[in-house]
Design a protein around this ligand. Sequence first.
Ligand code: GLA
Length: 403
Amino acid sequence: MSDRVEAVKAAFREKFGGEPDYIVRAPGRVNLIGEHTDYNDGFVFPVAIDREMIIAARPKADRKDFGMRLYSMDYDQLDEFAYNKLEKSAEHPWSDYLRGMLSIWQACAFKVRAFEAVLSGNVPQGAGLSSSAAYEVAVGKLVDEMMASGIPPKQLAMLAQKAENRFIGVQCGIMDQFISALGKADSALLLDCRSLQFRAVPLRLAEQGAAIVITETGVQRGLVDSEYNARRAECAEGVALLAKKLKQTSPKALRDVTFADFKKHEKALPEVVAKRCRHVITENNRVLDSVEALEKGKLEAFGKLMNESHASLRDDYEVSCKELDVLADLTQKHPGVFGARMTGAGFGGCTVAIMKTDAVASYEAKVIPAYEQATGRKARVFVCKAVGGASMLASPMMAAGPS
Ligand code: GLA
């Protein structure tokens, strides 16, 4: 087991005594392309990354005991509450994601029991790499295993999204929770966010001497909730107006509007709404084109689509910020880089780039200082691995072995 898992087990012994029965992990994600398309019934192309939430837990022996005990290693805090009376915590907001999952779980009539748990995450928070989805999915997977509920991963992802929408109050789409639950090692998932059909597309980057490089701008995502919801409303307005013009095809979401139909009626839309629609419609096409490029091993073509995605998010969707633009621009110009773009909701967070593995050192030596000089901020770089979705690392079932 990894050092992190050993550290979580040691913290469990110290806080609660004895060993945890269950250990679960769930990854964060980076989205290669397909931004702000998920809530428009569109396509996304994310990767589960080797940054994850780990939870070690042990159920209380007494099934009538409602008392939960959580220890966060990241915050060095203990939180205690009853699972049958769940509200957000003013004192320990970090426990809200677990509270939210337990709350949705019970609202869906699934059973829960009290447990003691230690939590430790290394997905950077507020960086657009889905630390909250990793946390929610880890809790879902843990409770599913503990209660032998047999909930399939797709449904786990949907429950986690519900927890985020209803309990946390963030109106996110399905992408982050889905990839955390269903990611596949060495692959990206092409996900149709309407049907939830998906396909794992092997990345085969190492064999082409390339890597996925994530760079944190050092700007915490700000404004996300209000601006995110405003974008959703603008998209809804756009599709309602376009539906009036496109009676034969009656689009239900921007996913249903072709670029040709959009161009025909663009002028009938308020200017800002037209820009939002243009981003979503062109971004959906870019996702499908980029999957084709990747499958053919055409990294130059893939990278070009990433660059175009960034420009569209900056100019049409207006969810970038100065730091993301500076970093994306410097990265795109660096020799050995195929493409770079902002990733996630925007307004800060990270860029994702595909570059030659042997360009990473010069990237760190040249681009990072140039970024600091231009913005006054320190960026952090990590080369990431595409890993599998949430999994149990230990459970009584696993200890018993196959029957
Ligand atoms: C956030 C949301 C996702 C998605 C992205 C933008 O990460 O949680 O559902 O909308 O923003 O692509």
